[in-house]
Ligand binder design. Structure first.
Ligand code: 5RP
Length: 209
C-alpha cells in the first residue's frame, strides 16, 4: 500500500522540517478547506507554493471546497500531481475537465454519508477515487469501518469495467485500520495524526506499508 502523509496535523511553525521528516512517503497529501464546504479552514496555495523546492514527493491535493473550479489553476501551479474534488461540490464535471486539461491526474471523492453510486458518472474519467473514512474537516477522528464497503464496491467496479483509478482512503488510519483498508483493496492510505504524532515518521511509514 502507498502511504500519503496528510500535513494537516503537521507543525506549521516548522513546515519545512515536518515535510523533510516524511521524505520516504509515496505522496504528500494536502487537505485544502474553505470553512464552507467543511467546518474548518486549513491553508491555501500561497502557503504551499514553495513545497516543490523542498520535497520531491508527489503532491496529492484534496480540495474540500464548494467551488473547486475557481482554485484548480492555483493548485496546478504549485506542482500537484493529483487534484481531487468532491462529488457534492459545484461544477464537478468542469473541474475534472480542467484538471485533466492541465495535464495532471484527476480524483473524485465523497463525504461518508454520500452514496457511492453518486460517483458512477465519473469513474471512467478519474485516476483516483478517495474514500473518506471520517467526516472531512479535522484530523484525529475515529475510522468509520462501514466506509470499507465503498472500497470493496470500487474494487469490483474497476474489475468489471476495466477502470484505471487508484483507491485511496483518508481518516483514522493507524496500524490496525491500515490492515483493514489493505484487505478491502485500498491502494493509497492517507495518514495524518498517526504519522505526525510519532517521533520517527519514516519508521511509521515503513511499518504501515
Ligand atoms: O482529510 C482529513 C480530514 O478532513 C485528514 O486528511 C484526515 O482526517 C487524516 O487525518 P487523521 O489520519 O489524523 O485522521
Amino acid at each position: 500500500m502507498f502511504i500519503a502523509p496528510s500535513i494537516l496535523t503537521a507543525d506549521f511553525n516548522q513546515l519545512a522540517t515536518e515535510i523533510e521528516s516524511v521524505k520516504s512517503a509515496d505522496f504528500l497529501h494536502l487537505d485544502v478547506m474553505d470553512g464552507h464546504f467543511v467546518p474548518n479552514i486549513s491553508f491555501g496555495s500561497h502557503v504551499l507554493s514553495g513545497l516543490k523546492k523542498i520535497s520531491k514527493v508527489p503532491l496529492d491535493t484534496h480540495l474540500m471546497l464548494s467551488n473547486p473550479l475557481d482554485y484548480i489553476d492555483q493548485f496546478v501551479e504549485i506542482g500537484s500531481s493529483y487534484i481531487t474534488v468532491h462529488v457534492e461540490a459545484n461544477k464537478v464535471q468542469e473541474s475534472i475537465n480542467r484538471i485533466k486539461a492541465s495535464g495532471i491526474k484527476a480524483g473524485i471523492t465523497l463525504k461518508p454519508k454520500t452514496k457511492v453510486e453518486t460517483l458512477y458518472p465519473y469513474l471512467d474519467q478519474v485516476d483516483l477515487v478517495l474514500i473518506m473514512s471520517v467526516e472531512p474537516g479535522f484530523g484525529g477522528q475515529k475510522f468509520m469501518v462501514d466506509q470499507l464497503e465503498k472500497v470493496k464496491a470500487l474494487v469490483e467496479l474497476r474489475k468489471t469495467y476495466g477502470y484505471h483509478y487508484m483507491i485511496e482512503i483518508d481518516g483514522g488510519i493507524n496500524g490496525d485500520t491500515a490492515k483493514l483498508a489493505k484487505a478491502a483493496g485500498v491502494d493509497i492510505a492517507v495518514v495524518g495524526s498517526y504519522i505526525f504524532n510519532a517521533k520517527d515518521r519514516d519508521a511509521v511509514i515503513g511499518s504501515l506499508r
